[in-house]
Structures are given as structure tokens and as C-alpha cells.
Design a protein around this ligand. Structure first.
Ligand code: ARG
Length: 228
């Protein structure tokens, strides 16, 4: 049976931070989203069982390096600094950091963030890049969850939020009086991550990703969560 095959193939533990729709979020007691579905499809390709663990975003890399989890899929941006501790798979999505402001805000471009109070999710690339503006008197407010930053903006506690484009769209849709600026703050790409040096698993993930890309399954998963 399929179950027996999976038991023989072993188990993969995937870590994520399920506060990031449409890539990973909670729905009906389950973790769903593009990354969750891709991870399940990868495990299926490999004939392995999948367990998804939901942890703080900035605990994901330590969880990989300590060997507690096998791989991460968390809308994680391929980043040179992170490559010191993890290896990234082939990329599976293009992304960008976007700026959310109040509908009537005077902030119109990334440059206008200088000297402002900007909210980010702790440990994300949004955090890294906005922190570069601290030299220009920008104040960075770091939140555990991206949506908490959006709520703080909506309550007038901060001037802007920098977060990935797709969750930005979801959060702005759920909140009155906010808009996303046209100009992206950065362009990025998402990949799965494994502990540095785990080439055996990395090769397997890349092989599975290739099959999912070629069969159209990957596009199918994305289309289920993002309307073109
Ligand atoms: N792409 C950004 C990064 O890699 C944000 C990812 C946040 N992901 C999440 N599941 N909360 O830093």
C-alpha cells in the first residue's frame, strides 16, 4: 500500500512559519498554502511521509542546523548570508518586498521610508533591508508575525510595513484603509533550505521540484492559491 511504501521510505520533517498566506497559514486546524502543498508533493515524489512543524520564522535556520528538522519551506528568500548556514534548493517562486502604508500616506517610494517608523517580521529579509535604513534615522519595529505589523500600521502606531508581496496583498485585503506602493523594495526568489552540506537531501528535493515543474503540478498548486 501507499502507506507501507511511505513507512519504508521514512519521514521528512519540514519547518515553516505558518503566518504567511498564501504560502503557509492555518485553516481548519491544518497548515495549508503553496509551500505546504509543494512540501507534500515533494514527499510524495520521494515516497516519504511528511510532518510539518510550525515555529517562529527566526528559529527556522537554527532548527535546520541543529538537525531537528530536515528542510524548510517558508517563503524563504535565497540570501547570501543565510548560505553560510544552509544550502538552498533550486528556486520555485519569484517574490519581492513591498511597502504597505495607509491609503492617505505621504510615503510614495522606498526612499520615503527614511526617518520613518517601519514594521517588519523579525528575521525576515524585510527586517534585514529596512535595518540598513537605520543609518538614515529610520526606526525598525520588529514583530513576531507579519500580520501584527499590519495591525500596528492600521492602528497608526507605525508609518509603513515592509513585507513580501503576496502576504501583503492578503493582509491589505483583510484590513481597511491600507494600500501597497507600486514600487517594490527588492526583488527576491524563494527556495527550500536544508542544513549546509546535506547534499543527499538537497539533490532529492531538486529532483522532485524538477518533476513537479515539468508535470505542471507546481503551477497547479500556485494557481490554487494565487489567482492570476
Ligand atoms: N521572504 C522573506 C524571508 O525569507 C520572508 C519570509 C517569511 N516567511 C514566513 N513563513 N513567515 O526572509
Amino acid at each position: 500500500s501507499e502507506e507501507e511504501t511511505k513507512a519504508a521510505g521514512g519521514k521528512l520533517i519540514m519547518v515553516t512559519n505558518a503566518e504567511f498566506p498564501p504560502y503557509e497559514y492555518h485553516e481548519g486546524g491544518e497548515i495549508v498554502g503553496i509551500d505546504a502543498d509543494i512540501a507534500r508533493a515533494i514527499a510524495d515524489e520521494l515516497g516519504m511521509e511528511l510532518e510539518i512543524e510550525d515555529i517562529a520564522f527566526d528559529s527556522i535556520i537554527p532548527e535546520l542546523t541543529s538537525g531537528k528538522a530536515d528542510f524548510a519551506m517558508a517563503g524563504m528568500t535565497v540570501d547570501e548570508k543565510r548560505k553560510q548556514s544552509v544550502d538552498f534548493s533550486d528556486t520555485y517562486a519569484k517574490a519581492s518586498q513591498r511597502i504597505i502604508v495607509k491609503s492617505d500616506s505621504a510615503i510614495a517610494t522606498p526612499d520615503d521610508l527614511k526617518g520613518k517608523v517601519v514594521g517588519v517580521q523579525q528575521g525576515t529579509t524585510g527586517d534585514l533591508y529596512v535595518s540598513d535604513l537605520e543609518a538614515d534615522n529610520t526606526t525598525v519595529e520588529r514583530y513576531n508575525k507579519g500580520f501584527e505589523a499590519v495591525q500596528a500600521l492600521s492602528q497608526g502606531k507605525i508609518d509603513a510595513v515592509v513585507i513580501d508581496g503576496e502576504p501583503a496583498k492578503v493582509f491589505v485585503e483583510q484590513t481597511d484603509g491600507l494600500k501597497i506602493l507600486d514600487e517594490a523594495f527588492t526583488d527576491e526568489e524563494y527556495a527550500a533550505a536544508v542544513k549546509k552540506g546535506n547534499t543527499e537531501l538537497l539533490d532529492k528535493i531538486n529532483g522532485a521540484l524538477k518533476n513537479l515543474k515539468e508535470s505542471g503540478k507546481l503551477d497547479e498548486i500556485v494557481a490554487k492559491y494565487i489567482s492570476a
